[in-house]
Design a protein around this ligand. Structure first.
Ligand code: F6P
Length: 360
């Protein structure tokens, strides 16, 4: 193994730079490799300044930095790229250009740090002969075959701190505070932060809710002298009749963007007699310095990805299972997205301590 490339695709997640740093150091120290960074996901292979050499100097000081020094795009699927041709928007497949870029750079391995979309493209590139290695990244924690993705712990801590802060103001003003959290169709951030931050109601996509059930919980709290409540709502939460709220609809190019359910829940509560306010935490959950756990996990993933490449374990992804780093086929990781186990101990524990999921 003489030359490896690294790219970061999809939404950023705290810990990306820690993976890049660990991979570069391992590649240089252990394998005397040359390392190249590909800018802005797969797009870097198509752009004139899209490739940057990476060395010990380029990764100095980046361990605690959020974001990614390589840049990212989350509409960067090379199999469906939007371009303007003769004044018209058209979708074209530029994957062969990417493959040519990999050959031009004479890469012996391409480390792809991404979520389900970026990893699905990686798997397709593997079929075209590109020696890809996957590293699971997302704050949503929804990638199969791994206990946890880096970025999740940071998002969880930020969300929990926000709940703590809302708690005191909710109590002072006798209000219902609704907080809308990220996660797309997976409720991990909301469930874990909701439990850790003492939410009274947790609404996640995996457990459809009814508005009346939320009100039942708020009323019961009031009857027991609790004049405030905290509601953690996942952006992808669904009502029992299947309603999910989007801030922008999707098209053939863009996936629909979730957002707005918090406002709807808060308005309902307000209309039914309890003063309510909503906070949408948004991209704050993705920004800034990674937690120690995410730095630690990201560093282990980065080094392990290079070791996997050296063993020729292509079309595979590093994963955490039973606390140890292992590797699994990328196809397995993307086959079934991970979701909250509604019968698992986390949900049962939440119910045991009196949290409502809006389904009683
Ligand atoms: O997948 C990570 C994530 O932050 C989701 O939780 C959220 O729905 C989405 O990305 C937001 O995407 P964007 O950065 O395009 O607004």
């Amino acid at each position: 193994m003489k030359r490896i490339g690294i790219l970061t695709g999809g939404g950023d997640a705290p810990g990306l730079n820690a993976v890049i740093r660990a991979a570069v150091k391992t590649a240089i120290n252990e394998y005397k490799c040359e390392v190249f960074g590909i800018r802005n996901g797969y797009d870097g292979f198509l752009e004139p300044d899209g490739i940057v050499p990476l060395n010990a100097e380029s990764v100095r000081g980046i361990l605690p930095r959020g974001g990614t020094i390589l840049g990212s795009v989350n509409r960067g699927n090379p199999y469906e790229r939007k371009i303007i041709r003769d004044g018209q928007e058209v979708i074209i497949d530029v994957s062969d250009e990417v493959v040519k870029g990999v050959h031009r750079l004479e890469l012996d391995a391409l480390l792809v740090l991404g979520g389900d979309g970026t990893l699905s493209s990686a798997h397709e590139f593997s079929k075209k002969g590109v020696p890809v290695i996957g590293v699971p990244k997302t704050i949503d924690n929804d990638i199969g075959g791994t206990e946890i993705t880096f970025g999740f712990d940071t998002a969880l801590n930020i969300a929990t701190e926000a709940l703590d802060r809302l708690h005191t103001t909710a109590e002072s003003h006798h209000r219902v505070m609704v907080i809308e959290l990220m996660g797309r169709d997976a409720g991990f951030i909301t469930l874990n932060a909701g439990v850790s931050g003492g939410a009274d109601v947790i609404l996640i996509p995996e457990i459809p809710f009814s508005f009346e059930s939320i009100m039942k919980k708020i009323r019961a709290r009031h009857e027991h002298g609790r004049s405030f409540s905290l509601i953690a709502v996942s952006e992808g939460a669904k009502s029992r009749d299947g309603m999910q709220v989007f801030s922008r609809s999707g098209d053939e190019m863009y996936v629909a963007r979730l957002g707005g359910i918090g406002q709807i829940v808060a308005e309902y509560i307000d209309k039914h007699g309890f003063e309510s306010r909503v906070t949408v935490l948004g991209h704050v959950q993705r920004g800034g310095t990674p937690t120690a756990f995410d730095r630690w996990l990201a560093t282990r993933y980065g080094a392990a990805a290079v070791r996997l490449a050296a063993r020729g374990g292509f079309d595979r992804m590093v994963a955490l299972q039973r606390g140890e780093i292992t590797d699994i086929p990328i196809a397995e990781a993307i086959k079934v997205p991970k979701r909250v186990n509604v019968n698992g101990d986390a949900v049962i524990t939440a119910r045991n301590i009196g949290i409502s999921f809006g389904d009683e």
